[in-house]
Design a protein around this ligand. Structure first.
Ligand code: ARG
Ligand code: ZN
Length: 871
């Protein structure tokens, strides 16, 4: 059933208080709920009946104001419960039975190993109790948990613990109270035998907060990084946004089975354990960075999501876009801002741009959905974050902060809309964001064409700007957007020039300037230029657009060498590599021009941050290149990518070896930005040497694998050995498995390395691995590390011309769907973009989608994606 934003109505009833009591048992849990319900005074009288959501609940008892309800007073169906006649204000008591151990969908109350835990966002609470399961119903919760003391010594829920008791039958009882009204999607409980790591944090106003991270037994040692990240995030939010934590205790629980990354339940964040547990031996530098970012993200939700929540699920980006933006800003301060921005832009281009160009394209604020779980997308999250970033850029830091302050002050304790947020930004800044709002309504990535012209007599330089937003499903006509275009102008020697607009009496200081684009076609005239400047366009990726400019190869080489902006140098290098790679796709005999090789040699030798150098020398991914082609040439792109690696490896051989020698002795246990950057550059050097077939490279690779003290290094070496194939590869895989078979998160990587190897035999290997004793379709991390990695990160094998990759994916989707529809729907995504490929592949991909829709697609999750893809 299609849900539409236009149909939003405020709730007819409100729930002020909720008392829950759980008698926990994996096989049979009983949930008693006492709801204090009253009619919403803001809504006129309707027919007097009350509808509550509830799925898979076995109703045991139901009473209104203490009177058991006779069967003719209500109706029960698959979706919930209707009470025919209810008073203005009443108490509803219900008792239901549920079965956590049988819950394979991992929504609602489920079991992960010996732990019972919950995931309620978006609509999981209705699998726990009958309720008004919508985010604009805010209630105070008191939660009592009763369970066997031996099996479940730790019993957690939202808020503060207020009472504990031992019961005579070997069970115990803990009651929690959360003083902050919240929507039910933020409810959580956890029960299990968990190890707890504790720390404390003193807030800016000197309140003491207990910090606790709960993990499976024996894993406590691996929480130090998550704990430190949490404390950094708490301080950062105080300093940057004036936001303090508000309860006496903040808890994180890590579990092995989790559909997503993590969840911001009030005071009790639940995490996929891969985003908590880390040591240099069991996690890569990338994992460490993800942990810091996600711990911060969930913590930041306490204000942007929990204290101020969403009115309805169409407003999801209100909390997610804003929180991703906050997370990105936090992460920028941990390492280098340029490198952080580069990674965020790579992610946006690889994940969000394709989404925006395909059949699932939707606005940051969608206007309809079948299954809300399908809208936890790169568009809602990452493009949503770009929209916040653009507002921050347009307003400037002071006004943006004032806008945020106003938002927190005005809407604390409310469930609001994106419109409410934008209005705060307008009021605090006095700016009109009327046109800017279109960003939230229009799907599709705008194409921005920019070309420049120098007039030597007038000494002016003119930039012509044109924007075009492609049509997307259901949105054929688009209107021009308001966007910030940050630019710099560089003189011959690489100096920043003043960006001086015609008509202005005096030049501004030299450096970046933000222009505002509002028309479909527009131009800017810059004066006081005695020679043609080289423009540095869209600095810091100031708007999420596809930029087409008229820069020449020598302009880009110049920017790669001289742009004072690190992001700008990277972007210039990406442009050069992209052009070259696309030329190689078209003509496999094309070669790397000498100036180009010299420019990269120069970049490699530059005295710059090693992490940035590594980014500059990493070409756009095969996926990103595909995006640039009318018809994605899978083989051509793969071949070009390899050739590029081989050639750059060969031409810069001495330099790569020197880089490796210079950086190799970094201490494997050190995680400073410096050490992390060195490892990244080192492993890039190793990759180029290996791709060039350099014997010294192979020697270094074997050595690096053998040392085995740091997972970043070991895994990089393993990946390269496996890519090369042969006996070395098999031996390394066997050795790696032997060493880490007791560490599931490391074994996930072992699966992924094999699933992403670009070999003819990979498909067969993936099929074999499906039968490996360590493969477990019930664990989402394991499924993603095998099937997900194969389908999403191994284009040459997944898109094998005979369609075997497609068939494998469809089989797996069909098998997983009845167990875990949310996971099945996510895995399916690589098939959705079938229209982007050649006719043969189109037919094969479409056939698999049709097969899924015939044999499966019983869940709204899979059904919605398949039907959108085929229409
Ligand atoms: N709110 C969580 C986060 O981004 C994600 C939860 C998504 N869950 C889901 N079932 N779709 O931090
Ligand atoms: Zn989030």
């Amino acid at each position: 059933q299609l849900i539409r934003l236009a149909d939003y109505r405020p709730p007819e009833f409100l729930i002020d208080a909720v008392e829950l009591c759980f008698e926990l048992d994996p096989e049979h849990t009983e949930v008693s709920a006492r709801l204090s319900i009253r009619r919403n005074p803001a809504v006129g009288q309707a027919n007097g009946s009350l509808r509550l959501a509830g799925e898979g609940l076995e109703l045991l008892a139901l009473a209104l104001d203490g009177q058991p309800l006779p069967p003719d007073a209500y109706r029960l169906d698959e979706q919930g419960l209707t009470l025919w006649q209810v008073p203005e204000r009443f108490r509803l008591d219900s008792r239901v039975a549920i079965h956590p151990a049988r819950n394979t969908a991992l929504e609602g109350l489920y079991q992960s190993k010996d732990i019972l835990c919950t995931q309620c966002e978006a609509e999981g609470f209705r699998r726990i109790s009958f309720f008004l399961d919508r985010p604009d119903v805010l209630a105070r919760y008191r939660t009592t948990l009763i369970a066997d003391r031996k099996r479940f010594p730790v019993l957690l829920a939202n808020g503060n613990p207020i009472e504990r008791a031992e019961l005579p039958d070997g069970r115990h009882r803990v009651t929690w109270e959360d003083p902050f009204p919240k929507p039910c999607y933020l409810f959580a409980l956890v029960a299990g035998d968990l190890e707890c790591v504790e720390d404390r944090f003193v807030t800016a106003s000197e309140r003491e907060v207990r910090l606790q991270i709960y993990v499976e037994p024996q894993k406590g040692e691996r929480c130090a990084h998550a704990m430190q990240s949490l404390k950094q995030a708490m301080r950062w939010d105080e300093v940057r946004f004036g936001r303090e934590y508000d309860l006496d205790v903040f808890m994180i629980v890590a579990v092995s089975h989790f559909n997503m990354g993590a969840m911001e339940n009030k005071g009790l964040n639940l995490f996929n354990d891969r985003y908590v547990l880390a040591s240099p031996q069991t996690a890569t530098d990338e994992d460490f960075a993800h942990i810091a970012a996600i711990v911060a993200h969930e913590y930041f939700h306490n204000w942007t999501g929990n204290r101020i929540t969403c009115r309805d699920w169409f407003q999801l980006s209100l909390k997610e876009g804003l929180t991703v933006y906050r997370e990105q800003e936090f992460a920028a301060g941990l390492f280098s801002p340029s490198v952080q921005r580069i990674r965020d832009v790579r992610f946006l281009r690889a994940q969000q741009f394709p989404e925006d160009a395909g059949p699932l394209a939707h606005p940051v604020r969608p206007d309809s959905y079948l299954e809300i779980n399908n809208f936890y997308t790169a568009t809602v999250y990452e493009k949503g974050a770009e929209l916040i970033r653009m507002q921050a850029t347009l307003l400037g830091p002071e006004s943006f902060r004032r806008g945020m302050d106003l938002y927190f002050a005005r809407h604390d304790g409310q469930a609001v809309t994106i419109e409410d947020f934008v209005r705060c930004m307008e009021e605090a800044s006095g700016r009109d964001l009327g046109q800017f709002r279109r960003w939230y309504e229009q799907a599709g990535t705008p194409e921005l064409s920019i070309w420049g012209g120098y007039d030597p007599t007038a000494q002016t330089y003119t930039l012509h700007v044109r924007q075009f937003i492609p049509p997307t499903p259901g949105q054929l006509v688009k209107h021009p957007l308001h966007l910030p275009l940050a630019i710099g102008l560089l003189g011959e020697d690489g100096r920043e020039l003043p960006v001086w607009l015609a008509g202005e009496p005096e030049p501004p200081a030299a450096g970046t300037r933000v222009l505002e684009v509002t028309e479909s076609e527009q131009h800017f005239v810059f004066v006081g230029l005695d020679a043609r400047p080289v423009p540095s366009l869209l600095r810091g990726f100031s708007a999420p657009v596809k930029l087409k400019d008229d820069l020449t190869e020598s302009d880009r080489l110049f920017l790669l060498a001289h742009d004072p902006d690190g992001f700008g140098r990277w972007e210039a290098g990406q442009g050069l590599m992209q052009d070259l790679l696309l030329r190689l796709v078209a003509d496999p005999k094309a070669s790397l021009p000498a100036e180009f090789i010299e420019a990269f040699r120069h970049a490699l030798r530059a005295k710059a941050d090693p992490a940035l150098i590594a980014e500059v020398l990493t070409p756009p991914s095969e996926e990103e290149l595909g995006e640039q082609m009318a018809v994605i040439d899978v083989e051509g792109i793969h071949r070009a990518h390899r050739l590029f690696g081989t050639e750059l490896g060969r031409h810069l051989r001495e330099d790569w070896i020197a880089v490796y020698r210079d950086n190799a002795e970094a201490d494997p246990s050190v995680l400073t930005p410096e050490a992390v950057g060195r490892r990244a550059l080192n492993n890039l050097a190793l990759a180029y040497l290996m791709r060039a077939g350099n014997p010294e490279g192979l020697e270094l690779c074997r050595m690096q694998f053998g040392k085995g003290r740091n997972l970043t290094d070991v895994l990089a070496a393993l990946r390269l050995l496996v890519e090369r194939g042969g006996d070395d590869a098999e031996a390394a895989l066997a050795e790696f498995y032997r060493r880490w078979s007791h560490e599931p998160l490391v074994i996930d990587k072992w699966f992924a390395v094999q699933a992403t190897a670009p070999h003819r035999e990979t498909l067969v290997r993936v099929v074999t691995l499906l039968h490996h004793p360590a493969y477990d379709p019930g664990n989402p991390n394991r499924v993603r590390s095998l099937i997900g990695a194969f389908a999403a990160h191994n284009p040459i094998c997944f898109h094998a011309a005979d369609g075997a990759g497609y068939c494998l994916l469809a089989d797996q989707v069909l098998q997983l769907e009845p167990l875990n529809p949310q996971l099945a729907a996510r895995l399916l995504k690589p098939l959705i973009r079938w229209r982007r490929f050649d006719p043969q592949r189109q037919a094969l991909m479409r056939a698999e989608l049709v097969r899924i829709s015939k044999q499966g697609a019983r869940s709204p999750d899979v059904f919605e994606l398949v039907s959108k893809a085929c229409s």
